[in-house]
Design a protein. Structure first.
Length: 747
């Protein structure tokens, strides 16, 4: 394998650093070498610099949105390196291909690059040790690195990292295959609570989010966008807008053609000296719109369209074992249920915002983005520039959930800045954010199971219909394999006859990924249906769920009845579907919740389990009745995510996932009339209030040395079905459509 060549000066200049020291990074030549190795190609390098002062700088190429990635990534590298965390500085990467994959999506910041991050820290450690051994004229194997220094125990000599930085910088980076990782027992931070490095700045107001960026002579714009996706400006009169004090210009933006992709929606940008003037100017606009092809979209009618597709529409077989049709025809009893979920909005705490400056044939952008490289590419395309002429600076994100990986709002800022010839901040309001989102897909699912005379499950037939994310980007009319692997084609079932068929569904608005993506509606349907089977069989829901999963085993493609499985980009040999891990989290969650004693305690409990992003999560939810309606009293969530880097952030994200999922299951719903979004703010798009959060959320992580799984998203899917199953236990009413508040009183 070719050695990775150091280019210290160019790396330091890229960071804006000039101090002498050791810098390790992937130069263009290194990236070319890495392309020969699919692991390195898929999991990007994170750069490290050791200054002669001893200060260690680590480039974080992922975006921080509360998940603690700027704490976890540097801590993992520093631990492997042997650095003192108090002497580590974090440098946020701009959008650039030299950093590899920067997209902070898919719960992959740790699971996708865990070993690579450790190798980088280990490589720097080995170079520092080699420099010290050379100076002392001793074998490398007799030296160790820890506590920010290299030690030679036999002679009791030591040298601080800073004293070795220049000499180490002249050494070659070790070959990947020669890099030796520390034994796990030597990792001091593994499984420990790590400080949130951005916490003090966040709580004191010093943290810089997108809306905090200020440039000289900067203007502010808000945009009146077509209410219907694919619509356009029919006519407008800007006279009243231009009469508002502080308003400078009105800029018309072109409407996009299908497929909409990441293109802005078009409309009229009102550019002003400040936000309030821009908002007042927009309110004064006299504008009318062309509705376009989606002007007839009605979400209530579309629900019926999806149901018809489940019954009569064209479908294809994506999973088959045995003969489900024959087994259903001969069953002693059939259990049939249809489940529906609505569109959902991301509704991040921080509305979308981006600042752009276009001058001298280049564009510079500051924005809260989950995908800086994607933003860079889209801005370059929109402006007719080369990507190297666009710089994307990443600020902190006030929530993301997948919305801020779509750069339409960033492109808007670049287009308006070019039009007015000045730096511009495009600010979205809460109403903009809710009414012009890339919505979570609405879905319909029909499940049929056959029972024999003894109550054993003999057949399972699952049909699913929802507008695919690919409908926005490629015009697809059916679910993709990647969406179906999220709880449908990868679902372990100890049932002899299984048939799964996705059905046709046409996208009527922009569909995008939202935290946990298709896992949420698949888990809701599947885990609710399994609970219905427990009732039909007269079994305890936990025992029934374990029965459906079957004995502990690694599930093969042959058993699943599929030819291949995306498996979140990882081989099944590395991350198999392991029902033993399902069972482990289920039993632990049940134990924590006192499942077997629930009748004695007078509680109504529901339980569910789901594997997503290579992590296994079980949830138990407790509900009770009150004069005001159903109250979620308590929740337990247990995750097996393999190796954990930052246990505090993991537990926090699991607790947050419970709140996130409960809000959607109880209250969340985006509805469409005449192609436009009805909801406009938190008064009608309801999210969980503080008083509705369970009085206690118990999160636990199963100890494991296995390969890391995802964390940001896997906590969400099992919560809604656990809640729905608890509601049935309390009221006897089945929840087959979300949100629950649509049909039942919720306190």
């Amino acid at each position: 394998m070719e050695r990775i060549v150091l280019c210290r000066r160019s790396f330091l200049l890229g960071l804006g650093l000039t101090a002498a020291g050791l810098a390790v990074g992937a130069t263009p030549r290194a990236l070319a070498a890495a392309a020969k190795d699919p692991v390195l190609e898929e999991h990007p390098e994170v750069f490290v610099q050791v200054a002669e002062s001893g200060q260690v700088s680590i480039v974080c190429q992922r975006s921080e949105m509360g998940q603690g990635v700027r704490s976890s990534i540097p801590a993992l590298i520093a631990d492997e390196l042997g650095a003192d965390p108090s002497r580590v500085t974090i440098v946020q990467a701009d959008g650039d291909k030299k950093y590899g994959d920067q997209d902070t999506d898919g719960s992959q910041s740790i699971r996708g690059q865990y070993e690579t991050l450790r190798r980088i820290g280990a490589a720097v450690r080995m170079m520092l040790i080699a420099a010290a051994a050379h100076r002392w004229r001793v074998p490398v194997a007799t030296c160790v690195a820890h506590d920010h220094a290299v030690f030679h125990p036999a002679s009791k000599r030591s040298l601080a990292f800073g004293a070795l930085a220049s000499e180490a910088a002249r050494l070659p980076v070790p070959l990947r295959d020669a890099i030796v990782l520390r034994p796990l027992a030597e990792l001091k931070t593994r499984g420990k609570i790590l400080p949130l490095v951005d916490g003090p700045a966040i709580v004191t107001g010093r943290a810089i989010y997108g809306a905090d960026v200020r440039l000289p002579n900067m203007l502010t714009a808000v945009i009146a966008r077509p209410p219907v996706v694919g619509g356009s400006v029919a006519r407008y009169d800007a006279a009243r807008t231009l009469a508002v004090p502080g308003v400078r210009r009105v800029v018309e933006l072109a409407a996009p053609a299908r497929p909409f992709g990441f293109k802005p929606l078009g409309g009229l940008a009102v550019v002003a000296d400040g936000t309030w003037a821009a908002m007042r100017g927009r309110a004064a606009l006299d504008v009318s719109w062309n509705g376009g092809d989606n002007a007839s979209y009605d979400s209530a009618l579309y629900r019926e369209e999806l149901s018809r597709s489940l019954r009569d529409g064209p479908s294809r077989v994506v999973r088959r074992t045995g003969d489900a049709a024959a087994a259903l025809a001969s069953a002693a009893k059939l259990v049939v249920a249809e489940y529906h979920t609505p569109h959902l909005a991301h509704a991040t705490m921080e509305p979308l915002v981006a600042v752009a400056r276009v001058e001298g044939g280049a564009c510079e952008v500051w924005c809260p983005t989950q995908d800086p490289q994607g933003a860079r590419a889209e801005v370059a395309s929109a402006l007719g520039l080369r990507e190297e002429q666009v710089t994307v600076h990443v600020t902190l994100l006030g929530g993301g959930f997948g919305r801020k990986s779509k750069p339409d709002f960033i492109v808007e800022a670049a287009l308006v800045a070019r039009a007015v010839g000045a730096p511009v901040r495009v600010q979205w309001t809460r109403e903009d954010d809710l009414q012009h989102d890339y919505y979570h897909s609405t879905s319909a699912q029909r499940l049929v199971a056959g029972l024999d005379a003894a109550g054993a499950i003999t057949a399972w037939h699952h049909r699913v219909a929802f507008p695919s994310i690919s409908s926005t980007f490629k015009g697809a009319t059916a679910p993709s394999d990647g969406e179906l692997q999220q709880g449908v084609t990868d679902l372990p079932l100890a049932i002899p006859n299984v048939l799964v068929e996705p059905c046709e569904a046409h996208g009527k608005t922009r569909i995008g990924w939202l935290r946990s993506v298709a896992n949420t509606y698949h888990a809701f349907a599947v885990q609710s249906f399994i609970d219905e089977l427990a009732h039909a069989r007269g079994k305890d829901p936990l025992d029934n769920l374990l029965d459906v999963l079957g004995p502990d085993r690694v599930v093969s493609l042959e058993e699943l009845g599929v030819a291949k499985l995306p498996n979140y980009g990882q081989p099944l040999t590395a991350h198999p579907i392991d029902t033993g891990r399902h069972r482990r989290v289920l039993l632990r969650a049940a134990e924590l919740a006192g499942w077997r004693e629930r009748g004695q305690r007078g509680r109504a409990l529901g339980i569910a389990v789901h594997r997503s992003f290579l992590t296994y999560v079980a949830a138990v939810v407790s509900v009770k009745d009150s004069p005001a309606g159903i109250v979620v009293d308590e929740a337990w969530i247990v995750a097996d995510a393999g190796t954990i880097v930052n246990v505090e952030r993991v537990e926090t994200q699991l607790q947050g996932a419970v709140v996130f999922a409960l809000g959607h299951a109880l209250l969340g719903e985006i509805t469409m009339k005449a192609g436009a979004t009805v909801e406009s703010n938190y008064r009608d798009y309801r999210v969980l209030r503080v008083g509705q959060v369970p009085r206690a959320i118990h999160a636990e992580v199963v100890a494991s040395d296995g390969r890391p799984g995802g964390i940001g998203e896997p906590g969400v899917p099992p919560v809604a079905p656990a809640l729905a199953n608890a509601v049935f236990a309390l009221t006897g009413a089945r929840v087959r459509a979300l949100p629950i508040a649509r049909t039942l009183r919720v306190a």
